[in-house]
Design a binder for this molecule. Structure first.
Ligand SMILES: Nc1nc2c(c(=O)[nH]1)N[C@H]1C(S)=C(S)[C@@H](COP(=O)(O)OP(=O)(O)OC[C@H]3O[C@@H](n4cnc5c(=O)[nH]c(N)nc54)[C@H](O)[C@@H]3O)O[C@H]1N2
Ligand SMILES: Nc1nc2c(c(=O)[nH]1)N[C@H]1C(S)=C(S)[C@@H](COP(=O)(O)OP(=O)(O)OC[C@H]3O[C@@H](n4cnc5c(=O)[nH]c(N)nc54)[C@H](O)[C@@H]3O)O[C@H]1N2
Ligand code: SF4
Ligand SMILES: [Mo]
Length: 688
């Protein structure tokens, strides 16, 4: 039994254990796991938790299938073939940890910045995410990782407009009369919001979806504006143009609670619906009609989601959309405003858990996780610092999910790179490891969660003992710390201690122990009277902070790096949003879920397919200068003409020819937040 786990659950009496879904999903569901004879037999949604409402998505409803999967890595493995061959031999924990600690210590003696932690949100937990791991890498003085791979364009935009990653309380969407579902396939990736939107619809609300793909969500809305990828700012500015022209503005709210109105007004007046229509690839009348809805229906709520910020201008686009509610005074109503993320409401004490003070004044370099492909291949230089000699990967599968896979693979294939991967499975990334260390799943460890799509904190208690020799991430870092001679007492804290430290003086831990969740203190209509958490206290249409960085202080349309158009080098724009039954690259190896998705698909409009002689169901070659990807064509009107949808994110080794859609995506960055541009990518397609 790992030292970090106290109160191991009884292995005899059948019982129900309260937990939290660990996945990178806005819904952060409260879980009830039924355990009999020490075995988890069912994972269900907690009916007592309002945001969960007793319902789980299809993926996590099958959590036991993932936990007891025959392919779980249940003992440490050491590489026994060339990098990437996937050949491994079992090794004891002590031998593995001794060797890893010795190798890392030797590198650290030269320069600890040559060691790079690489992690993301395989679990969103405060403890098994950047908990003990953060303590370990801060004390070591390793390179810092800028965790940008998902949301930094949009979150930086929110910070520079509303002041923080905050917005409407999700439950009040049920009371809205107009809901814009903007860059979100909610049925797939935000199911519990969608249930609220359905409730609003039953009460007469109008639903409008803004998405280049005709998703299952778009089909169920009253209107669908099928814009070209990366054109949302043009649309938002044209909506402002119409709000101004028809005087559908809340002048009192604008005067008292916003900053930079005159300048924004001037900018917006340059964006007639006709001009925006040409950029967005839709009819101007559709923009005028949407402006009329937004200017005249109360309360009006916008569920903005991260799908619209994975393009060059993603930050500006999110800023433009985040300005809209202030213009019409939508914030006055608790069912009005915008929600992209609620994570900024969290009061959890992250510093107590992560202990950045262990850096003790050192300022290691920071590497952006989006450019891992190039960075692993960079030689030492004064600008870059030391060559990366070791990578410790946890909660992440970069070989599958990071852009420009050919470069990522070349980096991880370096024979002189020492790679340790903490994992549940032999993922595409684990195949490149020198050591794979078996990690516990959410059913086997303690953790604490806040959410980015609602405003509760959840506690996850272990429901079962760790399977095989698996250990929690936290314990693996404790074990390494001990072997590397780290004597700081913080490495003796148990996982439950870490949960309590994050809550101390902020969240009632006894309530968490008893109910599994507790609410954060968030007002119902947080900006009804302004009081935005910006420097000015106002909604900042004009951001002095951005202007000081030499950037545009106002939101504008920033065209894609690889903009769709007749002069472009490749003729089709490709987006790669998630397949419904996978969560990023998680669950791709769960047979019952993969059976639903069948094989990697590229949706292509009949017109584009016909022009290329592509039949429905044919295997196609999708390509650009970065690489080539084979998958099956689905000729359908989910794709608009000129745009193909390559559903993600498959494991390369479970695809048709050993690659996935990220073979085609680029390592370029967004305008704000240095995020990835997965949906800013030109390709062509041919029958294979
Ligand atoms: N089932 C499932 N659920 C998930 C995930 C998953 O992989 N599978 N992933 C989780 C994670 S990590 C995240 S970050 C969230 C992501 O969830 P969302 O933030 O909703 O993002 P996506 O699903 O990537 O994209 C949402 C929609 O944006 C559309 N889109 C693409 N480009 C543009 C554009 O330029 N403009 C506009 N307006 N729309 C665009 C896509 O077609 C897609 O339908 O979901 C989480 N939930
Ligand atoms: N083309 C394209 N690429 C994308 C996206 C896209 O829409 N299109 N989406 C992007 C987005 S939004 C995101 S957030 C990233 C996500 O990318 P990742 O953060 O890599 O997410 P996953 O692919 O789910 O991989 C998480 C891994 O963590 C492991 N894991 C889970 N829990 C634990 C644990 O407790 N301990 C350990 N050691 N391991 C654990 C899982 O087994 C899984 O292999 O992908 C990005 N990549
Ligand atoms: S993935 Fe999302 S919807 Fe599914 S159980 Fe987890 S939090 Fe809930
Ligand atoms: Mo994400």
């Amino acid at each position: 039994m790992a030292a970090g786990i106290r109160n191991p659950p009884s292995v005899h009496a059948p019982q129900q254990v309260l937990g939290a879904c660990p996945h990178d999903c806005p819904d952060t569901c409260s879980l009830v796991t039924t355990v009999a004879e020490g075995r988890a037999i069912q994972v269900q949604g907690n009916p007592a938790h309002r945001p969960t409402d007793g319902v789980l998505c299809a993926k996590v409803a099958r959590y036991t299938e993932r936990t007891y999967h025959p392919d779980r890595v249940l003992q440490p493995l050491r590489r026994a073939g060339p990098k990437g061959s996937g050949r491994f031999e079992p090794v004891g924990w002590d031998e593995a940890l001794d060797d890893i600690a010795a190798r890392l210590s030797a590198i650290a003696a030269r320069d600890p910045q040559a060691i790079l932690p690489y992690s993301y949100c395989g679990t969103m937990g405060q403890v098994q995410g950047e908990g003990m791991a953060a303590r370990f890498f801060f004390l070591l003085g390793a390179s810092l990782l800028d965790r940008t791979i998902c949301s930094t364009a949009g979150s930086t935009a929110l910070v520079h407009t509303l002041g923080a990653k905050v917005g409407m309380k999700v439950e009040f969407f049920a009371e809205a009369k107009l809901i814009l579902v903007w860059g979100s396939n909610s049925i797939t990736s935000n199911l519990h919001f969608w249930r609220l939107a359905q409730e609003a619809k039953r009460r007469g609300a109008r639903l409008v979806c803004i998405d280049p793909r005709r998703t299952e969500t778009a089909q169920k809305c009253h209107e669908h504006l099928q814009i070209l990828p990366g054109t949302d700012a043009a649309l938002a500015l044209a909506l402002m143009h119409e709000l101004i022209r028809h005087d559908w503005l809340d002048h009192d709210y604008i005067a008292r609670h916003t900053l930079g109105w005159e300048a924004l007004r001037e900018r917006a007046l340059r964006w007639s619906p006709q001009r925006a229509a040409a950029v967005c690839g839709i009819a101007a009348e559709r923009i005028e009609a949407l402006a009329r809805d937004y200017g005249t229906i109360r309360p009006a709520a916008i569920r903005l989601n991260y799908g619209m910020q994975r393009v060059h201008g993603g930050g500006n686009a999110a800023r433009a959309v985040a300005c809209l509610p202030a213009l019409v005074g939508a914030w006055r109503d608790r069912a009005g405003g915008v929600l992209l993320s609620s994570s900024g409401w969290s009061t959890l004490d992250k510093a107590a858990v992560q202990r950045p003070d262990l850096l003790a004044g050192r300022t290691p370099r920071t590497l952006n996780m989006v450019t891992i492909g190039d960075d692993l291949q960079r030689p030492a230089s004064p600008a870059f610092g030391p060559r990366v000699e070791a990578v410790v990967v946890y909660n992440c599968n970069p070989v599958a999910v990071a852009p420009d896979s050919a470069q990522v693979v070349r980096g991880f294939a370096r024979e002189d790179l020492f790679t340790v991967v903490l994992e549940h499975f032999r993922t595409d990334t684990a195949d490149y490891a020198d050591y794979i260390l078996p990690a516990t799943t959410q059913l086997e460890h303690w953790d604490l969660h806040s959410a980015y799509g609602h405003t509760d904190v959840l506690l996850n208690r272990p429901a079962i003992a760790p399977l095989g020799q698996a250990r929690p991430n936290s314990q693996i870092f404790r074990d390494l710390a001990a072997r590397m001679g780290f004597t700081d007492p913080c490495f003796a804290d148990s996982d439950e201690d870490l949960c309590r430290q994050a809550c101390a003086g902020r969240i009632d831990f006894d309530a968490l122990l008893q109910h599994g969740f507790a609410p954060l203190p968030v007002p119902d209509a947080p900006f009804a009277d302004g009081h935005f958490p910006t420097a000015s206290g106002r909604c900042e249409f004009f951001s002095a902070a951005l202007a000081r960085q030499g950037l545009d202080g106002l939101p504008d349309h920033v065209p894609n790096h690889e903009a769709y158009g007749s002069s472009a080098r490749y003729p089709l724009a490709m987006i790669s949003p998630p397949a419904r039954n996978f969560l990023n690259s998680s669950f791709v190896n769960v047979d019952s879920l993969r059976a639903i998705e069948r094989e990697p698909l590229l949706e292509i409009h009949p017109q584009d397919a016909q022009a290329r002689g592509i039949a429905d169901g044919a295997v196609v070659r999708v390509f650009n200068d970065r690489g080539e990807y084979r998958c099956k064509a689905q000729v359908c009107e989910r794709a608009r003409p000129g745009v193909v949808n390559g559903l993600g994110v498959w494991w390369r080794k479970l695809g048709l020819a050993g690659t996935n859609v990220n073979e085609l995506t680029s390592q370029r960055l967004t305008d704000l937040g240095a995020g990835p541009v997965f949906y800013d990518c030109l390709v062509d397609v041919q029958p294979a």
